[in-house]
Design a protein around this ligand. Structure first.
Ligand SMILES: NC(=O)c1ccc[n+]([C@@H]2O[C@H](COP(=O)([O-])OP(=O)(O)OC[C@H]3O[C@@H](n4cnc5c(N)ncnc54)[C@H](O)[C@@H]3O)[C@@H](O)[C@H]2O)c1
Length: 327
């Protein structure tokens, strides 16, 4: 079978492409299938070519996802599995409304339309986010709560989920929208996500650098490790459409932790001198976005479908330290 990964040069994309390339087969829609080719597309051409050079069976397709050349190549390739990760993240989509609409909404519509041209509906994973939810003050909610995003990013992701649901109903795709928790600890440089600090306050101090903390210690976050994000993606591809049914959106489980506990955990594992590199600098714009996200989400449906969360936040820190020690 053939696989398409959009946003392949991004953080989750690189992990997914690396994991798929290392395997000969995966479970797709309930059936074990041999992987013949991985089409990887992104605007970041250099990173994409580098990815293809280091992994087998990866074919880079650089360019804007909505461009006719990229869409044409996708339609011709007829992937059996589409993993749609291309996006602009929350802070950027808030700062540049047009760009957010173009990438997060328009390219999702274009990709679904490309799938309509294919002889067989592909399994289609759409990367959504818990930012579709909003609450008054960082509350505990259930996965059944009606989404009402308070950011352009969350709104665009919610619209994408609805398109995936309808396209599945119409038989164009076998859709699954995954509401990812905030991923922590994300390696590499800070990004423009409003939640960037959720990785930065662990990653930067461990690398000997200062980290800015824009929110208060009491804020709670619903987090998952990079390894969980990858495992969730592969697990979602493997589920049979019959067990997902018409309700194609899945809110993924996470670990609930306060910012204060994150800092205390870092101090316990790496030492207080490391945690002392975190410098509070309140940013009301960031606090307003992340405080409208739920602090905890109860996810019985996803857990019953086999999505298993990390055990606790200390595991996320240790996993990051293990990864950076190997690099
Ligand atoms: N990382 C998280 O904490 C998190 C949480 C919830 C949801 N998500 C979602 O998961 C997906 C992947 O997240 P990530 O952290 O890897 O993001 P990322 O920013 O690292 O990767 C996104 C990729 O999309 C590419 N891209 C942007 N515009 C494009 C366009 N017009 N055409 C083609 N490619 C384009 C970028 O170059 C980038 O490589 C995104 O959809 C994101 O919204 C991530």
């Amino acid at each position: 079978m053939r696989i398409l990964v959009t946003g392949a040069a991004g953080f989750i994309g690189q992990m997914v492409v690396g994991a798929l390339s290392a395997r000969d087969s995966i479970l797709l829609n309930g059936v074990e299938r041999r992987i013949a080719a991985i089409l990887a597309t992104d605007i970041a051409e250099v990173a994409l070519n580098d990815l293809a050079a280091h992994h087998r069976r990866v074919y880079p397709v650089p360019g804007e996802l909505s461009s006719p050349q990229v869409l044409e190549r996708i339609t011709q390739d007829q992937p059996d599995l589409v993993i749609h990760l291309a996006a602009v993240v929350s802070g950027q989509a808030e700062a540049d409304y047009d760009l957010g609409m173009e990438v997060n909404l328009r390219s999702t519509m274009d990709l679904i339309n490309a799938c309509r041209q294919m002889p067989k509906p592909p399994v289609f994973l759409f990367s959504s986010s818990v930012a579709v939810f909003s609450c008054v003050a960082n509350d505990t909610i259930s996965e059944d709560m009606l989404p009402a995003p308070r950011s352009s990013y969350g709104t665009q992701k919610l619209m994408g989920e609805l398109l995936v649901r309808d396209a599945t109903r119409k038989g164009f795709i076998l859709g699954r929208s995954l509401r990812f928790p905030t991923i922590s600890v994300r390696p590499g440089a800070p990004n423009k996500a409003a939640s960037s600090f959720a990785s930065g306050i662990i990653r930067e101090p461990l690398a000997g650098q200062e980290a800015i903390l824009p929110v208060g210690r009491d804020l709670r976050l619903h987090l998952a490790s990079p390894d969980r994000a990858l495992a969730y993606t592969l697990h979602a591809a493997g589920l049979a459409q019959s067990v997902i049914g018409a309700d194609t959106t899945l809110t993924l489980p996470g670990v609930t932790v306060t910012v204060g506990t994150m800092i205390d955990t870092l101090a316990r594992i790496a030492g207080p001198q490391v945690a002392a590199r975190i410098k509070p600098a309140h940013d009301p714009a960031i606090e307003a976005i992340v405080a409208s996200w739920p602090g905890q989400i109860l996810t019985p449906r996803a857990e019953a479908l086999g999505f298993e969360p990390d055990t606790d936040f200390a595991d996320l820190v240790s996993a990051h330290m293990g990864r950076t020690a190997v690099e």
